[in-house]
Design a protein around this ligand. Structure first.
Ligand SMILES: *Cc1c(COP(=O)(O)O)cnc(C)c1O
Length: 854
């Protein structure tokens, strides 16, 4: 008989242990080494059984063991110390508090997935883990941020690999009560519910779970509530479960329900309502429409003024240049929802237009969530320098006429949360050598502080841990499949901590090329089985359940790894998740990444490996394109000139084998006094240099100073005096839009150019501009100059210099003038452009209105 509901009954804690409840219900335990080991020490076996989760641990431990611990003075003293540390952590001033005003009061951060810890599987890969790291660093830095997401009953799937090498999925159900989450309740104690009106007289209700991530609350909306019909209960059943309407309902709940939840939470907790909204990828885009509807209904704003207000306060981060990674819905499906009154008072046709691909290469039957995100977010970014560039090209069609370099999408390179991802052994060493576990100023190059032998010993020990864990996992997965239930003997010698170890783990979309290393199986076999200087490879990765091509790649790899010639030297570890990742990154000497450039927007696993002293071996894509410096690893050259995909893969695979054979192997195996000096020099450099750059602390500081502060400032300016600037900006935009087709730079004269211009000369420039009824103050006329290439194009860095209007228009033409100092030598050119200008525009070309002299 199946129970219709199961829950965890918690024992009553003795007063001496009562703080354990508080410690278990704040996820800071997951990155605090001491709190983590406090729980683990209560019972090592049960700790493993409960998936290393403190709340579950307290439920599973049993009264007898709890009584023993309550009587153990040492243990009780540790509990008190950790409790006090948590309190200090939650109260004190941090980086954000030291920032001078103006700064945001409260940032709402929306994401479809959050990877906080292995025991809270609400993520599928990089996007979610990045969101988890973002919250943790916001907490560490004292940034007033609230996470908003969904609570998926089944989370992402668990992966196992069948005898045939084919991926199997299972979806264990989560019990939020037993995990360390609390239900958001109103003042009267009843659970807070948000609800959405849907077409066909349906309503979607959701409750809200709160997970405390240090100082940052994470609100997770859950459709599993008695108020819902059976259908509606299934909306949050699993992460990216279905397609079509199921997915749309999830995104509506995230965006619309998310705004309502954060409103309720702010009110109940006494925080100010958010002044900045950040959407991590396009899935939460409906939050902007919900807020526009609020402004129209409650504040009497027009559609356009509401749009200005929402744009000013919204940060949109795009995460992928892969079209399949972007959510697109049939236009008619969205139209049905917009027509149904879901967004009160919002003009459905105009709202729809905000997400349509109404540009040349677009599909007019499609509503695109990235397009919506860019229309609703005045502050937009990609996630590495290269990805910023790629995004400006990819979305440039939304700003027709604007030079690709000027497309208003900037970039902030991702980072990873060091306290989560750095192995306890390295944290311990840091504390001992540098006095603290984390800082971006640790100098690992200092051989006086830490010797080669010691560093090598720690690296080798971490590898030993990976080897042991890999054997355990493979034994468990194979053992379970054999009739005897006993694992075969070869597993006991699988992998070797002395051997050069390459790691490769990630989701398995085609562009990540899981099987590139199999391109020449004979060559790979020789590398793996070299009698003197072998290489071993540890692999992990999940394919999306609906993606059979990804499953085929996994199957190919698994089959190769079972060949007795290479068995034990190349190993596929099933169920790649945060828990496995934490053992995998520190246990590898080298982290491999071979995506099809430039499709990896950033990539973060290599950063996590680097912070643990692994060297990267990667295609120059994402973050590696930016930070590879010749001493922190190796760059696999990209075969851009290859005739086709096959040739490209062949060339890049050959380069990969060459690097392993001729660079990695000798550097690793050349020893002095038992350690590889050249290798360790690279390890030291990697840990020092990337330790300052690759962290999510650096990333969140960048978000705060470069995007959140400007967004808060713009939003406040627009909101002041009954939204006077929001209305003013909307009027301005309407005015310049209608006039712009007739704005023309009639002519430009530059007098006094000598025949042989020299550095130090000055040019006089006058531009005669027809403004078609616009005031000279509505328009900026600018000189654009810089070095030119062979085609007379202004290539590379350009400088903008404003020209000043000279008096009133004559025959409708206004003259703008200025001087241009010739400070660059070499080929040089200039042009003149006119753009609208208004103090509340972030980028002069964000309206897509720009006119050049011709
Ligand atoms: C970091 C991480 C990822 C993302 O790695 P990429 O390098 O961006 O592919 C995916 N899954 C897990 C479990 C991770 O820890």
């Amino acid at each position: 008989m199946k129970a219709i509901r199961t829950f965890t009954v918690r024992p009553v804690l003795d007063a001496r242990l009562a703080p354990l409840d508080t410690l278990a219900s704040n996820w800071r335990w997951s990155w605090s080494r001491a709190t983590h080991s406090l729980f683990a020490s209560m019972d090592a076996d049960i700790w493993k059984e409960v998936g290393e989760n403190p709340a579950r641990m307290l439920g599973a431990l049993g009264q007898q063991r709890l009584d023993e611990l309550a009587a153990d003075d040492d243990f009780v003293a540790r509990v008190q110390v950790e409790h006090e540390r948590l309190n200090v952590y939650l109260r004190g001033d941090r980086w954000f508090q030291q920032l001078v005003d103006p700064k945001p009061a409260h940032i709402a951060y929306f994401s479809p997935e959050f990877g906080v810890d292995g025991s809270l599987p609400q993520y599928s890969g990089g996007l979610g883990i990045l969101a988890g790291d973002h919250l943790k660093s916001a907490s560490d830095l004292g940034v007033p941020l609230t996470g908003v997401g969904l609570f998926y009953r089944a989370g992402y799937f668990r992966q196992s690999i069948g005898d045939d090498g084919w991926q199997r999925e299972s979806y264990p159900l989560l019990d939020p009560y037993g995990l360390g989450l609390t239900l958001l309740r109103g003042v009267d104690g009843t659970p807070v519910e948000v609800s959405l009106e849907l077409p066909g007289d349906r309503r979607l209700h959701a409750r809200v779970w709160v997970a405390d991530i240090g100082r940052v609350p994470l609100l997770l909306l859950d459709s599993e509530t008695p108020s819902n019909t059976e259908d509606m209960r299934r909306v949050t059943d699993r992460l990216y479960g279905g397609g079509g309407e199921h997915r749309l309902l999830q995104e509506l709940l995230l965006g619309v329900g998310g705004v309502r939840a954060v409103r309720a939470w702010s009110e109940l907790s006494g925080r100010p309502q958010p002044d900045v909204y950040h959407t991590n990828e396009g899935h939460a885009g409906f939050q902007g429409l919900e807020r526009m509807s609020e402004l129209i209904t409650h504040d009497g704003l027009s559609f356009d003024a509401a749009l200005m207000q929402v744009r000013a306060s919204t940060v949109f981060t795009t995460h992928t240049p892969v079209p399949a990674g972007i959510d697109r819905f049939p236009r008619d499906l969205i139209a049905t929802f917009l027509d149904s009154g879901l967004f009160e008072d919002l003009d459905a046709t105009r709202a729809l237009a905000l997400g349509l691909e109404e540009y040349k290469a677009g599909d007019h039957g499609v509503f695109n969530m990235a397009v919506l995100g860019l229309h609703l977010g005045q502050h937009a970014n990609g996630v590495s320098k290269l990805h910023g560039e790629v995004s400006r090209g990819m979305f440039g069609a939304l700003w027709p006429g604007v030079d690709t370099d000027d497309v208003p999408i900037t970039s902030i390179t991702n980072g990873v949360h060091a306290p989560t991802w750095v192995h306890p052994a390295i944290k311990g060493l840091s504390e001992q050598v540098f006095g603290d576990a984390h800082s971006d100023r640790h100098d690992w190059n200092d051989r006086g502080a830490i010797g080669d032998a010691e560093l090598w010993a720690i690296r080798t020990a971490m590898k030993g841990e990976l080897v042991a864990e890999a054997r355990r996992r493979v034994a468990a997965s194979i053992g379970a499949d054999t009739p005897s239930g006993i694992a075969p003997a070869w597993i006991e010698t699988m992998l070797d901590p002395e051997v050069l170890t390459i790691g490769f783990a990630r989701r398995v979309p085609t562009y990540k090329r899981l099987t590139l290393m199999l391109r020449d199986p004979e060559r790979l076999t020789r590398l793996l089985t070299d009698p003197e200087r072998p290489v071993q490879i540890v692999i992990g990765g999940k394919s999306h359940p609906a993606d059979d091509s990804g499953k085929l790649l996994i199957q190919q790899l698994v089959r190769f790894s079972r060949d007795p010639r290479v068995r034990g030297r190349i190993v596929f570890l099933p169920d790649y998740d945060i828990a496995l990742a934490k053992t995998l990154y520190p246990g590898c000497d080298v982290w491999l990444n071979n995506p099809l450039r430039p499709l990896e927007a950033c990539g973060t696993s290599g950063m996590k490996a680097a912070l643990n002293g692994a060297l990267n071996l990667s295609i120059l894509d994402g973050w590696w394109d930016e930070w590879f410096d010749g001493q922190n690893g190796w760059a696999i050259p990209t075969a851009d000139t290859a005739a086709g995909d096959e040739e490209r893969d062949d060339a890049e695979a050959a380069a990969l084998y060459d690097l392993i054979e001729h660079q990695l192997v000798p550097t690793y195996y050349d020893r002095e006094d038992g350690v590889p000096p050249r290798w360790l020099a690279m390890v030291r450099h990697t840990m020092t240099d990337l330790g300052t750059k690759a962290t999510s602390d650096r990333m969140v500081r960048d978000y705060v100073t470069r995007l959140y502060v400007p967004a808060a400032v713009h939003a406040a300016a627009l909101r002041a005096d009954g939204f006077a600037e929001a209305r003013g900006l909307a009027d301005f935009v309407a005015r310049v839009r209608s006039a712009w087709t007739n704005v023309r730079i009639e002519s430009v004269d530059s007098s006094g150019i000598p025949d042989q211009p020299q550095a130090g000369d000055t040019l006089e420039v006058r531009a005669h501009v027809r403004l078609d009824g616009l005031a000279a103050s509505d328009v900026a006329v600018e000189l654009v100059y810089g070095a030119t290439d062979a085609d007379d194009a202004l290539a590379g860095d350009r400088t903008l210099q404003p020209l000043t209007p000279l008096g009133d228009p004559v025959d409708g033409v206004t003259t703008f003038a200025g001087t241009l100092p010739l400070s660059i030598t070499g080929t040089f050119g200039y042009t003149v452009r006119a753009v609208p200008t208004h103090p509340q525009l972030v980028s002069p070309v964000e309206l897509g209105l720009v006119t050049y002299a011709s």
